[in-house]
Design a protein around this ligand. Structure first.
Ligand code: PMP
Length: 420
């Protein structure tokens, strides 16, 4: 067990003043019991929990950390802009510079609207698609996360059937199911939403089938509907462009967030000229949407995206991790499925329906100073080095041994819903 007395004390205090002690994707309720809830600082690829345990962080804040926590170049731009002015009566030149940088980088994009969170961008994309077509129906894939908005969330509490009306759910990468959904929408199709890769939690990840992506494009064109790629999570870890550029398909709208300012709060809706008029008609705004300091951080991030080999480096590191893990897992006699892009891996053990092996192994990794996630895709960042990967592989070797020694494993009660 890692040191955790500070974490436990904070959890007790949080329990009193925050529902369930924590909420949303950063609540650790569905992680192994020894995972820390609270952290104190971070630098580069490393994270220190509230008790001071140092961890190589393969979650990267669930995506936002792309160039290293506290990247000096990005933070300098942020601090400079904070000193000049951040939330003002109107925007500064930074919003134009960031729009120019993203439009220049993303081939389908002719314009940008900035907002705060991924959910702002995905909710806005649905409104733009409906404004453009003056129709209602959205087609999207089962299990794909597009944010917490009532339109999209999979939790039922507080959500009315009307909130989620006018949507048809299909299966990702299944052309026949997509065609059936679009046929069912008939004259009312406003848009098709797509994740850039299948990056759903708890299951193997999958790349986009080019046939599915191309069919989605063709069906939208036939119907005059808009195709939306939700690049909030995968953006910039697959391409320096919209992620579906890798399969040669350009959407009409794409949504971005998380890493576009390396953790500073901005997200974006990008669109092509086809959708410009509709984007100009809708009303969407927020008190902090025009913040100049995060936009300055975004401009600095885009410079690094353009001018460095960060993507090739994280791909090389990701491959080194994947190969090394495969070797060590098989040497230890475990079947480990590694799926997703190498820059956004997910690890699942064979014959592990309630994740008892995954939990045990992940806890052993944590004890050895590496933060991995047992059921959500992870993220690599450009501050990682070969030495970090090799340290991770050493930890993995030790953790496979620990897993072997811990057999037979008790069921993980809190994951029983996976097998129910
Ligand atoms: N879309 C995708 C694909 C995401 O992964 C997320 C966040 N995990 C969102 C939308 C929502 O982004 P946010 O949490 O910033 O609102």
């Amino acid at each position: 067990m890692i040191r955790n007395s500070v974490d436990r004390a904070l959890r007790d205090r949080a329990e009193a003043v925050i529902p369930n002690g924590m909420y949303g994707h950063q609540a650790v309720g569905l992680l192994p019991d020894d995972y820390p809830q609270f952290f104190s600082r971070a630098e580069g690829a490393r994270l220190w929990d509230a008790d001071g345990n140092e961890l190589i962080d393969f979650m990267c804040a669930y995506g936002p950390n792309l160039f290293g926590y506290g990247n000096p170049q990005i933070n300098a731009a942020f601090v400079r802009q904070m000193e000049e002015g951040d939330t003002l009566t109107g925007p500064t030149a930074r919003i134009v510079e960031m729009a120019e940088a993203m439009v220049a980088m993303v081939s389908h994009a002719d314009w940008a609207i900035f907002c705060k969170n991924g959910t702002d961008a995905t909710a806005m994309a649905a409104v733009v698609a409906r404004a453009h077509t003056r129709r209602k129906t959205i087609v999207r894939a089962k299990g794909a996360y597009h944010g917490w908005a009532p339109l999209f969330t999979s939790r039922r509490a507080g959500i009315t059937p009307e909130d989620q009306a006018h949507q048809i759910i299909c299966d990702y990468n299944d052309v026949a199911s997509l065609e059936a959904a679009v046929a069912q929408a008939g004259e009312d199709l406003a848009g098709v939403f797509a994740a850039p890769v299948k990056h759903d939690a708890f299951i193997d990840q999958a790349p986009p089938d080019p046939a599915y992506a191309n069919r989605a494009r063709a069906l939208c064109d036939e119907a005059g509907a808009l195709l939306v790629v939700d690049d909030v999570r995968a953006g910039l870890r697959i391409a320096r462009d919209c992620s579906w550029s890798t399969v040669g398909v350009e959407p009409d709208l794409s949504t971005w967030g998380k890493c576009i300012a390396n953790g500073h709060p901005i997200s974006a809706l990008l669109g092509s000229n086809k959708a410009r008029t509709a984007a100009g008609k809708i009303f969407a705004t927020g008190s902090y949407w025009f913040q100049s300091a995060p936009l300055a951080a975004g401009v600095a991030t885009m410079q690094l995206v353009r001018d460095t080999d960060y993507l090739e480096r994280i791909e090389t590191l990701g491959q080194r991790l994947r190969d090394g893990l495969a070797e060590r897992a098989s040497a230890a006699g475990f079947g480990l499925r590694q799926t997703g892009p190498v820059t956004m891996p997910l690890f699942l053990f064979e014959d592990d329906p309630d994740l008892r092996k995954g939990f045990c192994w992940s806890s052993a990794m944590l004890e050895r100073g590496v933060y991995v996630h047992p059921w959500h895709n992870m993220f690599l960042c450009a501050a990682m080095t070969e030495a970090d990967i090799d340290q991770t592989l050493d930890a993995a070797e030790g953790s496979f041994k620990a897993l072997k020694a811990a057999q037979p494993l008790a069921p993980v009660e809190k994951m029983a819903f996976l097998t129910a």
